[in-house]
Ligand binder design. Structure first.
Ligand code: NAD
Ligand code: DAU
Length: 337
């Protein structure tokens, strides 16, 4: 693969993916197409090789802009661009439908009309809803769709559009569904960087409900490697679940962060629960392991250590991300607690 088009490449996972591409594919040229919403951060692109990485500011819902930026002989289009935060989708779903659903269709149409060789849709385990708290219950690629939030419903709709484009128009498409990512450059609205930022400033850590919800955590670079392998080796039309077999309860995650930073448990605050809060996610990554030869490289301990070290060393990035509009969101989300 040489010519690559990445959407949402100024966000958390997209920027990690662009870095991975530049490191692992010496001959590749990347167009990074991103609208720079509140979650898109030019700081995330600092230091990238301008000879192989070209940033284009644009909205995936803007057909003309997409057609203008996508080159005719693109080898693969990777769609990371999305509204990605569940709590924001509960406040208002409009942008989620626009970007995640309409935007995906615009990209599929553009990929088809300009002959992009492969379309990779970066999806989420949340399209499969919530699992019972049983040791033998896992998400597989055959699990039924059961999205519970406006965010996950919009991502499920996007997956349906990708499937339909493959089935009806023969678009060569692959879908990956991953669990909760953590690592450098994650916007501090998400639980892990929010905890890190608050704990480092001796501010309280809001834990929703009873703190016993389970998430399946994966280091962002491991997710990115799986996406690259899916593009290189995945079957057209296939879905691959991606997870590091790393289920943790939220309270356990919060306590690990406090312990690693040497901060007291008294910073924990139980606050009102997220409406419709999914209880448990747990991914069976067997298909990706067998068909793609993928394995995570980081353990929870090594990934968390790298993440904490990155945030500790990048206080300026964090301060900028927590400024301005973030404060308004924080007040609206946590103010009443
Ligand atoms: P993010 O919110 O950090 O970044 C999203 C990026 O998309 C931002 O750079 C933003 O500017 C851009 N964007 C938003 N709307 C756009 C539009 N209309 N046009 C162009 N660009 C637009 O998100 P993330 O956590 O990096 O997630 C990336 C993708 O991975 C999303 O599709 C998300 O659903 C999926 N995913 C995320 C996780 C996770 O744990 N974060 C897990 C599984 C899947
Ligand atoms: O599973 C994949 C999904 O993981 C991705 O598709 C989403 O884009 C990503 O945001 C993430 O969704 P979650 O809702 O699981 O992530 P979040 O970081 O918002 O919350 C993780 C858990 O922590 C969840 O059970 C809610 C809880 N939580 C979250 C916040 C922000 C708290 O207890 N307190 C908080 O302040």
């Amino acid at each position: 693969m040489r010519k690559l088009f990445v959407t949402g490449g100024a966000g958390f996972i997209g920027s990690a993916f662009v870095r991975l591409l530049l490191d692992e594919l010496p001959a590749c040229e990347i167009v990074n197409f991103d609208a720079l919403t509140y979650a898109g951060n030019p700081d995330n692109l600092a230091g990238l090789d301008p000879a192989r990485h070209r940033f284009v500011r644009g909205d995936i819902c803007d057909r003309a802009a997409v057609l203008g930026a996508l080159e005719a002989d693109t080898d693969a289009l990777f769609n990371f661009a999305a509204e990605s935060h569940v709590d924001r989708s509960i406040h208002s779903a409009d942008e989620f439908l626009r970007t995640n659903v309409l935007g995906t269709q615009v990209l599929l149409d553009a990929a088809r009309s300009l002959g992009a060789r492969r379309f990779v849709q970066v999806s989420t385990d949340e399209v499969m809803g919530s699992l019972p708290e049983r040791d033998d219950a896992f998400f597989t690629e055959d699990s039924p769709f059961a999205p519970n939030s406006p965010y996950s419903a919009s991502k499920a709709a996007a997956e349906h559009l990708v499937r339909a484009a493959h089935h009806t128009h023969g678009v060569d498409a692959v879908v990956t569904r991953c669990g909760n990512n953590y690592g450098p450059r994650q916007f501090p609205e998400k639980f892990l960087p929010l905890m890190l930022a608050n704990a480092m400033n001796d501010e309280p850590i809001p834990v929703y409900g009873d703190g016993q919800n389970v998430r399946d955590w994966i280091y962002v670079e491991d997710h990115c490697r799986a996406i690259l392998l899916a593009a290189e080796r995945g079957r057209a039309g296939a879905v691959y679940n991606v997870g590091a077999r790393n289920e943790r309860r939220n309270l356990e995650v919060a306590e690990s962060v406090l312990d690693a930073l040497g901060k007291p448990r008294s910073l924990l605050r139980f606050v009102k629960d997220r409406p419709g809060h999914d209880r448990r996610y747990a991914i069976d990554p067997g298909l990706a392991e067998r068909e793609l030869g993928w394995r995570p490289r980081e353990t929870w301990q090594s990934g968390l250590k790298k993440t904490i070290e990155w945030y500790a060393a990048n206080g300026e990035w964090l301060a900028r991300a927590r400024g301005g509009a973030y404060r308004e969101f924080y007040e609206r989300q946590y103010g009443e607690n």
